[in-house]
Write a protein that binds this ligand. Structure first.
Ligand SMILES: *Cc1c(COP(=O)(O)O)cnc(C)c1O
Length: 489
């Protein structure tokens, strides 16, 4: 074979006019249409889909394992089938209106459209100079949240991927501002009800687990202020450096809200950074009742919010607010030769100077779009509805014989258990385990349990924009029937 007969792949490539990675307009439209068809069909059947159908999950996972990088192309519709017909099986149905478990999944669809736009335009939003207009849209969101919690002009914050990263950023910020480089004697304080992401964040921030002090909580699952003070004093006497106290604006267990005014007093007297974890409950500050329950929220030095909980957005949207933006900057500012010089225009924002992230998605759009489209009153009303539904469920449960309300709703979480006479604690726990199983077996709602003071309790968390009175009525029907069954058994 002569040399000229051999096709030269490089030459062939250089003569090409179409490139597979560059979708044409028609290809893009076809892809979006095909995807949308599956999405719409899925969402239309969502309210009827079972709540948890996880049997066979292990086998499913293994059946989808692919050990080799794909060499061959696969048609898009086949891939959609993989995602929708296989991947979407055996899941907890977190976006269902009946999902009343740990924290419901929500997922406003506006955010999906916003993400499509954000990813299609794919601008860099780490420094304002790279996309001044888009960065400002995201900065608006942060400033609205600051306003919502009652923060002053000096405040700012960042959108994170979730509450855990927000809590982590808060603890690093407190550490950098309150302790020196040699910080291993620094101690942190939280209640025994605090979310475990705080402990994890403290460990990631370099603190030994022993430096995290879990202070007992009271009858309403709020941190005990006197016990907190005693612990701090004791630690100081032992040569430790108390620097941070964490309050909860709605614990994950029972939605308990700490006494922020008392916490702020302690923080001031003891010169501690006060961080408030409002990942579950923070957005109830939009409602009158929530505001009243969370009196003094604005006294915290930093506050975690989770738009993917209280604003009903899809997973991947958290937020940290800091009362003094200089503190946030002090913890994250660095310079590098290859970075554009930070512009230091006081009213514009370089997000990479305020967060551990440099390159990231334009997540602000997914919050900005629904807030602008509807206005905040629609969200306020939806959150008010959740407070009403939790209160309604509490009264309905109270009317069931032998039902004990273990935690009344402070926000939209409540906890209860059945306590028929003549059974010891162990038997009651077992009875309630069975009760929970029977409620969930009906597949119309999904509830989870927790342990409070050593007792197994069932909890309800109402926080989906899709959950309304009709589903709550079903929940109560299923609970009442399951109660009849376990008492008869
Ligand atoms: C959900 C939650 C977290 C963790 O947030 P993620 O978004 O899941 O990382 C932290 N604290 C509280 C109170 C929560 O409810």
């Amino acid at each position: 074979m002569s040399k000229t007969d051999t096709p030269d792949p490089k030459q062939e490539r250089d003569q090409r006019t179409t490139w597979p990675l560059e979708l044409g307009s028609d290809d893009l439209r076809r892809m979006v249409d095909a995807a949308m068809e599956r999405v719409v069909a899925h969402l239309e059947s969502l309210p009827q889909q079972p709540l948890s159908y996880t049997t066979g999950g292990e086998e499913l996972a293994r059946s989808l394992r692919e050990d080799k990088l794909p060499e061959e192309a696969t048609p898009f519709t086949d891939l959609l089938a993989t995602v929708f017909d296989q991947g979407l099986q055996k899941t907890y149905n977190t976006p269902s209106p009946g999902y009343l478990a740990y924290i419901p999944g929500g997922g406003l669809l506006h955010a999906a459209v916003a993400d499509l736009i954000a990813n299609a335009i794919n601008r860099y939003v780490g420094v304002w100079v790279a996309a001044p207009g888009l960065v400002e849209l995201e900065a608006n969101v942060i400033r609205w949240f600051c306003q919502m919690v009652g923060y002053p002009e000096s405040s700012l914050g960042v959108l994170t991927s979730g509450g855990s990263l927000a809590n982590f950023t808060a603890i690093v910020t407190a550490r950098r501002n309150r302790l020196g480089d040699d910080f291993l004697r620094g101690t942190l304080y939280c209640s025994d009800q605090v979310h475990h992401s705080i402990t994890k964040a403290a460990m990631l921030a370099g603190f030994p687990e022993n430096n995290i002090r879990q202070v007992p909580s009271d009858r309403l699952q709020r941190i005990q202020i006197e016990a907190l003070k005693t612990q701090i004093d004791g630690d100081r006497q032992a040569g430790m450096e108390p620097f941070l106290v964490v309050g909860s604006a709605g614990t994950v267990n029972t939605g308990a809200v700490d006494d922020f005014e008392a916490l702020a007093d302690v923080a001031r007297e003891q010169r501690l950074w006060l961080h408030t974890d409002g990942a579950y409950g923070g957005f109830f500050a939009l409602t009158d009742r929530g505001r009243e329950t969370m009196l003094g929220l604005e006294m915290a030095d930093s506050i975690t919010l989770d738009p993917h909980k209280g604003l009903f957005l899809p997973y991947g949207t958290g937020c940290l607010l800091v009362r003094d933006k200089v503190a946030l900057q002090k913890a994250h500012h660095l310079e590098a030769d290859y970075m554009p010089e930070m512009q230091q225009v006081p009213d514009l924002v370089d997000f990479c100077e305020l967060s551990p992230e440099l390159s990231r998605d334009f997540r602000g759009l997914r919050v900005w779009l629904p807030l602008k489209m509807h206005g905040i009153s629609v969200f306020r009303e939806a959150l008010d509805e959740k407070l009403d539904l939790a209160a309604w469920a509490c009264e309905e449960l109270r009317a069931i014989e032998h039902m004990e309300i273990v935690a009344e709703p402070q926000l939209s979480i409540l906890a209860f258990r059945l306590e028929p006479p003549g059974l010891d604690d162990g038997a009651i726990d077992e009875l309630n385990r069975e009760l929970l199983r029977r409620i969930n077996d009906r597949q119309r709602v999904f509830l989870t349990a927790t342990t409070l003071e050593g007792r197994f309790v069932i909890r309800i968390c109402v926080l989906s924009f899709r959950t309304h009175l009709d589903r709550m009525r079903q929940a109560l029907e299923d609970i009442r029937e399951a109660v009849r069954e376990v008492l008869a058994a």
